[in-house]
Design a protein around this ligand. Structure first.
Ligand code: NAP
Length: 464
């Protein structure tokens, strides 16, 4: 049943440039009537959108990809202004969004093909049918990619969507709405909601919304999953991580250190699948640490729009302050600071490239997610202890193993309790492969064939 929507007490969302601290834009929050209008538009759009042929929906997605490519400079600039991402990383993110649109336009027919299953019936098979209107609650760290990796498969499967983006990236949210419009998506296929979390909770309770996907923190996950549970609505949870990066004694140091630096410091460490805990076997630990510190110290903080900058600010000053508290608490409990471990002096939201050694249980750097440019080094005796420590976390998103022996690496990878285990490669998302976590990192999968089926009714048809 439709609820009457409350007015929000917070009147606008602010777009603050993390490099300068300047408020660049204010976007008013939607009032109750505007939220109702978007819900009505989404519900109204679903029947026609879901009955379009796949090729027609694919044509819209391909146009979205074209729009992303032709506007990439502007879209990237907006992202840098709102959440501080380095310009080259922002451009790469836009390109990846175009790829995921093209991928599902090309492969949805195969992924959603009905499957015959032999039984005693004349014919029995499985069909993948769209569910309806899906609410997407999204984070700021990859403000376009996180949205498109949900949106492209969800729309191709015939669903419509409502987007509640993180409150610090309102203009990126609007840009996504404009891309869909420019590509000819019918009104209501994607509704952008500038709303706060209480309003989002109300939207999720509305009967016109059938499911929800969240990419964000454990805290947000707990609240949204509880709400979805109460409503018995399908949900996908893409939450935090504290990925292990296991360095075995036979690892090639040059490539491993290079990968370690990229995996921890790209996007200023604000990546769910960034390597966060570097679990290093004693025999190679001193050599690895020495090179890791030398390489990480070359990351230069600065203006994210400049080519020479290799370490961007964090997305918000409060996040930087929170990170610093976790670092300080780890040091108080015995971690040894080897590099950085402090805010960049004079910056609005900068944090130095940082490395903590001798990290162990009871420290935030071991027990919690550090969402910023801080590497935690945990020294272990051998491979068996490395596996034990890697799994000694409430998270289970990704993990990687570094060794000269790929077979050995694979055996270790198979023992990691996580959604993606990589050998001699930095954990990354790939449109062809399923992505998601176990334990407190969430449940459900995005990308690949598994991702597009998440928001479908996997329906049995049985003809006796
Ligand atoms: P966040 O604070 O949880 O915010 C994510 C989204 O949830 C935002 O739209 C936020 O809205 C909303 N939200 C926050 N609290 C909520 C609540 N109690 N009820 C309903 N909605 C709520 O997370 P973040 O700081 O933006 O993102 C960082 C986290 O996301 C990290 O833990 C990271 O690991 C995780 N992440 C996971 C993945 C993955 O694929 N597994 C990918 C990227 C990031 P407001 O902004 O309006 O508060």
């Amino acid at each position: 049943m439709a609820e009457s929507f409350q007015e929000s007490t917070m009147k606008h969302q602010e777009s603050i440039n993390p490099a300068t601290g300047k408020v660049e834009h204010r976007v008013p929050l939607l009032d109750a009537a505007a939220v109702e209008a978007r819900l009505r538009a989404a519900a109204g759009a679903f029947p026609a959108w879901s009955s379009r042929r796949l090729e027609e929906r694919g044509a819209v997605l391909r146009k979205v990809a074209g729009e992303l490519r032709s506007r990439r400079e502007d879209l990237a600039q907006l992202m840098t202004a709102e959440m501080g991402k380095l310009r080259r990383e922002a451009l790469a993110e836009i390109d990846k969004c175009a790829t995921v649109c093209d991928h599902y336009a090309a492969h949805a027919a195969g992924y959603l093909q009905s499957e015959d299953i032999a039984t005693e019936a004349q014919r029995s098979y499985v069909r993948y049918e769209p569910l309806g209107c899906v609410l997407a609650v999204m984070p700021w760290n990859f403000p376009y990619w996180q949205v498109f990796r949900f949106l492209a498969p969800a729309l191709m499967a015939g669903n419509v969507a409502l987007l509640k983006h993180a409150s610090n990236v309102p203009r990126c949210a609007d840009a996504i709405g404009e891309l869909l419009q420019a590509a000819g998506a019918p009104e209501g296929v994607l509704g952008v909601l500038h709303i706060d979390n209480e309003q989002a909770a109300q939207v999720l309770r509305d009967d016109r919304v059938v499911a929800v996907t969240l990419t964000g923190s454990e805290r947000a996950g707990r609240s949204i999953a509880a709400n979805a549970g109460e409503q018995i609505k399908k949900c996908v949870m893409e939450l935090g991580g504290s990925d292990a990066f296991i360095v075995l004694e036979d690892a090639d140091l040059d490539s491993t250190v290079d990968a370690a630096v990229r995996s921890r410091f790209d996007n200023s460490g604000q990546t769910c699948i960034a390597a966060k805990r570097f679990i290093v076997v004693d025999a190679i630990a001193d050599a690895f640490v020495e090179r890791f510190v030398a390489a990480a110290s070359k990351r230069v903080y600065g203006d994210p729009t400049r080519e020479e900058t290799t370490l961007a600010p964090l997305a918000r000053a409060d996040l930087r302050d929170e990170l610093h508290k976790q670092v300080q608490a780890s040091i108080e409990r015995g971690a040894k600071p080897l590099l950085g471990c402090e805010p960049v002096a004079g910056s609005h939201a900068g944090y130095a490239a940082s490395i903590l050694d001798n990290v162990g249980p009871g420290m935030p750097a071991y027990d919690e997610e550090l969402f910023g440019p801080v590497a935690a080094i945990i020294r272990v005796r051998d491979e068996a202890e490395a596996v034990r420590v890697a799994n000694d976390t409430r998270y289970g998103l990704g993990g990687s193993v570094w060794t000269a022996d790929a077979q050995r690496g694979e055996a270790v990878a198979c023992q990691l309790q996580c959604g993606a285990a990589f050998v001699n490669a930095v954990v990354k998302s790939d449109v062809r492969l399923p992505f998601g976590g176990v334990k407190r990192s969430g449940y459900g999968r995005e990308l690949g064939v598994h991702g597009i089926r998440e928001f479908t009714n996997i329906k049995t048809v049985y003809v006796a």
